[in-house]
Design a protein around this ligand. Sequence first.
Ligand code: ACO
Ligand SMILES: O=CC(=O)O
Ligand code: MG
Length: 725
Amino acid sequence: MARYTKVKGMQIAEELYHFLEREALPGSEVSSEDFWQGVSSLIQDLTPRNRELLEKRDHIQQQLDDWHKQHDWKNNQEAYHDYLKEIGYWEPEGEPFTISTANADDEITVQAGPQLVVPVNNARYAINAANARWGSLYDALYGTDAISEEDGAERTAAYNPIRGQKVVDFGRSFLDEIAPLAAGSHADATKYAVEDDRLIVYQDEEKTSLQDQNAFIGFQGEKELPSAILLKHHGLHVEIQIDHEHPIGKTDAAGVKDLLIESALTTIMDCEDSVTAVDAEDKVLVYRNWLGLMNGSLSATFKKGDKVLERKLNGDRTYNANTGEEISLRGRSLLLVRNVGHLMTSNMVLDHDGQEVPEGMLDTVITGLLAKHELLGRSGLRNSEKGSVYIVKPKMHGSEEVAFANELFNRVEDILGLQRSTLKIGVMDEERRTSLNLANCIREVKERIVFINTGFLDRTGDEIHTSIEAGAVIRKDEMKASVWLQAYEKSNVDTGLKSGLPGRAQIGKGMWAMPDRMKDMLEQKVNHLKAGGNTAWVPSPTAATLHAIHYHQENVTEIQEQLRSSIQDRKQEILTLPLAEGRWSEQEIQQELDNNAQGILGYVVRWVEHGIGCSKVPDIHNVGLMEDRATLRISSQHLANWLHHGICTEEQVLSTMKRMAKVVDEQNAGDPNYHPMASDYESSIAFQAACELVFEGRKQPNGYTEPILHRRRQEFKEKALVEKR
Ligand SMILES: CC(=O)SCCNC(=O)CCNC(=O)[C@H](O)C(C)(C)COP(=O)(O)OP(=O)(O)OC[C@H]1O[C@@H](n2cnc3c(N)ncnc32)[C@H](O)[C@@H]1OP(=O)(O)O
Ligand SMILES: O=CC(=O)O
Ligand SMILES: [Mg+2]
């Protein structure tokens, strides 16, 4: 049991209290007295509304369940639409407007590029993510399947020069695309030099230059023998790194050892779906890392191979501009922080009645407080040049909930002594009621919004749960091509364009959830730009570097301009339920069950027993998938839906879970801290949690997985504590 300190009628878990008193409040220019008084009033004033909003979610779900039990959706679509309006699910759209967000950084307003997401409680990964503003193109190509292993180009333990040459060839043709030469190709370059403030490229005795000298921004080293050449294309920088002594550089006629490319322009430090944080101990780790990012002190020491490494935040990068003066470019991603949504409460603070308080409120006031260290310039490594704090708010349903977030942000600004709209908001469009009413949602935060993003994974989970009584849904892999999803993606962009986001805020696209499939990502993720996204999520720094290539291939500003002419109302399509038409063979059904069960178990066992909130879990085709709480929501709701509609039986699902538990146990056999689920299904908390998520899935609020995961993780932690004693 947590120990608490009494403050202003509340009880604060001691770990949290000490962290705030000793590390967070000093240097924040917020007194302890004002802070606790502010938090106390905030909780007293806003908790009732938070509860009401959650009750409304449940009530609406009940109404939808009842309607579907009484109507066949396919033959009553007009009545369905009327009903959605009648119960306030489908809101009347207000007057047109444009957002007026001020003081957002260029990474949000001007540049287009990848957005990385990382669990903030993992310092090693979080620092890596912050530093992923710049990534090695050669490493990203060499180390992944982006370059084929055909013709002797395998990824071998020792350096493979055949593969290396393919990487260099790719790099040179990339340079030809982004900075073409007046004559010939970068592939023939034998020397790069700066002469009369121009970039000169030698091809043996011949000299040439760039077709557009404006692409040349600066250099490092001597003009005659530069160590780096800085280019700019579509607002993104690329550095040609030259070192004739380097193992790669010395094999290159021009001494090029790498292309360092601007990659993750922005990074979301995640406190939500990629994180396991169920009590004060966990939350303090989350908050302490965010503080370390905000005051620049975060470091991580870890063993890699036989080396002990220390990782810190990178500094900015400086160059001699071709005009003579020095220029400095940001060395780190612009950091955003994703708070949790409105659903969960946390036992790290108990209110005046001894009740757990809404975790999302605590996240906003605490992550905001920690960001003040950055706003006050406590770090030599600035995050926002414009003095903004970027908070991503997930899982909101409809415009009332967004208005509530706005009120929360106002109140937190007042507690922290921040000017109105310093706290910016990124609105995840990942619940059906938000997609349907997106314009109204944006209007509620029109002075502080910095992004909308199609979180299609949560959105798919919500799609399944919302209409769980309507019928059996299509297979999981078919969802991406379904009518509602395509319309939702388009409608999000349309609404963003109509609401004046371009130039002021991002229109973001969702996660690439196959971290090892980089060739496929290179081929497919350019479609996010073609659809109008000026950013899109990637799971790793390597993916950020490769996805950055797409922003050189396409000009998103032009695409968005063109898309304005095809803006349409797509609400009817959004409301097209993904119900299955035919029936599947026994084999297809079993395959679907196996796949879902394997993903659920592989993820849940690490969540509940190891405290890991985001994992790479192989699917039944052995493709490693990024699994987080949103993908778990899909898989568990999918099984719950099929069970409910008799596509499979409980016995079948249970025996599938047991069989797949053995597969997952085998996959984890190399981990000495892993307890096999199959050795005792009854006493395995992870196995029981996975089953509960499926068998009780229909009853979970909006199909969310948090309540069960949190309870089961707490149970596991308590058990581990007792066993330790
Ligand atoms: C629906 C949603 O909400 S999506 C948003 C939530 N999802 C995320 O945040 C995804 C974040 N990504 C991850 O957590 C990881 O990439 C995973 C779990 C998918 C895969 O992790 P692993 O199996 O450890 O990856 P892998 O072994 O290939 O790579 C590890 C290396 O990549 C780095 N890395 C991987 N992902 C990230 C990341 N997101 N940010 C920074 N570094 C990362 C690690 O630091 C490590 O490098 P290091 O040894 O130099 O420290
Ligand atoms: O948060 C992202 C999602 O897809 O869900
Ligand atoms: Mg989500």
